[in-house]
Design a protein around this ligand. Structure first.
Ligand code: ATP
Ligand code: MG
Length: 328
């Protein structure tokens, strides 16, 4: 069975972008692949996190995985920092990455531009991500469009290792949705929707109550026209809302255009809000049940135990090939 791995940072409230770009595919892939889904807390600390918030968000993201339909009997769900091989292989891959290739990463540029002090961890983020994926020899990595560049670097690092030290790592392929791979911010369609955006009006969180969702959508930026038409180059805001609509209502872009022909943006936004609310309602209900039962802790413990066996074996082979003296 082919292997799938992906992760989400506990760096804020999960958004519809995370759901459409990534989690929705996790749920599908668990039926046909051996899946590893993790909460990447070691990645989240590449920007400052308040300890209590980090702990709460880690538990919350894990519970949302389950609430969204990931079945711990089918997929391994775990927290990155609970499997120490990630940090260790991450360091080994940091030594294989070149400054020049890390400098070219657009996520680093986006997250560091305009900041007074930029942590070194943010710079080497992609080598830790490469380690995450290669530890399990994943074949497929379901991610949003923004992670494509990091995945290409992962492939380069795996090839570099295999050439220098001998064949060990599978070269992973990205698995990116055709529509919705890059959901944009509600207040600025030139930026992707991000859970770490300090302005909550820029995203719809999976746990936003219905009235908050309605308000955010009604205030979302649009152009001065009134035609509900998909044209990302000329109508980026409306096109983005249409992508969200298509996912939440399970309709095609053409069906949505026909549905709102001649009705203007008001009716369209109202319809969109109701579809988003309806889509998230069952997920929010399951989330509340999972959090109150406390079951997430035993799920994460079992997940970490199961994946550690795979991860530690890869780490051992990597160290052997690189020339580390292993204990005898
Ligand atoms: P942060 O702002 O802290 O980087 P994020 O919202 O970008 O948070 P990540 O944890 O970095 O979320 O990414 C988790 C997954 O969600 C990745 O697969 C990423 O590609 C995907 N993703 C993130 N934002 C979007 C988006 N706007 N549209 C589609 N997919 C997205
Ligand atoms: Mg991100």
């Amino acid at each position: 069975m082919k292997r799938v791995l992906s992760g989400i940072q506990p760096s804020g409230q999960l958004t519809l972008g995370n759901y459409i770009g990534a989690i929705q595919n996790f749920v599908k892939l668990q039926e046909t692949h051996e899946c590893f889904f993790m909460v990447v807390d070691l990645h989240a600390i590449t920007v400052p996190q308040e300890p209590a918030a980090l702990r709460e968000q880690t538990e919350s993201v894990a519970a949302l995985f389950i609430a969204a339909g990931i079945d711990p009997a089918k997929a391994s769900v775990f927290v990155q920092s609970q499997v120490s091989a990630h940090a260790e292989l991450g360091w080994l891959f940091t030594t294989l990455a070149y400054m020049g290739e890390l400098e070219r990463m657009t996520q680093f540029k986006d997250k560091s531009t305009g900041k007074d002090s930029v942590g070194a961890g943010l710079f080497v983020y992609p080598s830790l991500m490469a380690a995450d994926i290669l530890l399990y020899n994943a074949d497929l990595v379901p991610v949003g469009d923004d992670q494509k560049q990091h995945l290409e670097l992962t492939r380069d690092l795996a090839q570099r290792f295999n050439q220098r030290f001998g064949e060990l790592f599978t070269i992973p392929e990205p698995y990116i949705p055709t529509v919705g791979a890059r959901i944009m911010s509600l207040d600025d369609a030139s930026k992707k929707m991000s859970k770490s955006n300090p302005n909550p009006a820029s995203y719809i969180a999976l746990l936003d109550p219905p009235d908050v969702i309605r308000k955010k959508i009604s205030r979302a930026t649009t152009d001065s026209g009134r035609d509900v038409m998909y044209n990302p180059a000329e109508k980026p805001e409306v096109s983005n809302l249409m992508s969200i609509y298509a996912h939440c209502a399970d309709m095609t872009l053409d069906e949505i255009r026909a549905r709102y022909e001649g009705q203007g943006y008001g009716a369209f936004k109202k319809g969109l809000a109701e579809h988003v609310v309806a889509k998230l309602e069952p997920l929010q209900k399951r989330y509340a049940e999972i959090r109150s039962s406390g079951e997430i802790h035993s799920i994460l413990k079992a997940g970490a135990e199961r994946v550690s066996a795979v991860a530690n074996e890869t780490l051992r082979s990597t160290k052997e090939k690189m020339g580390f003296l292993l204990p005898r």
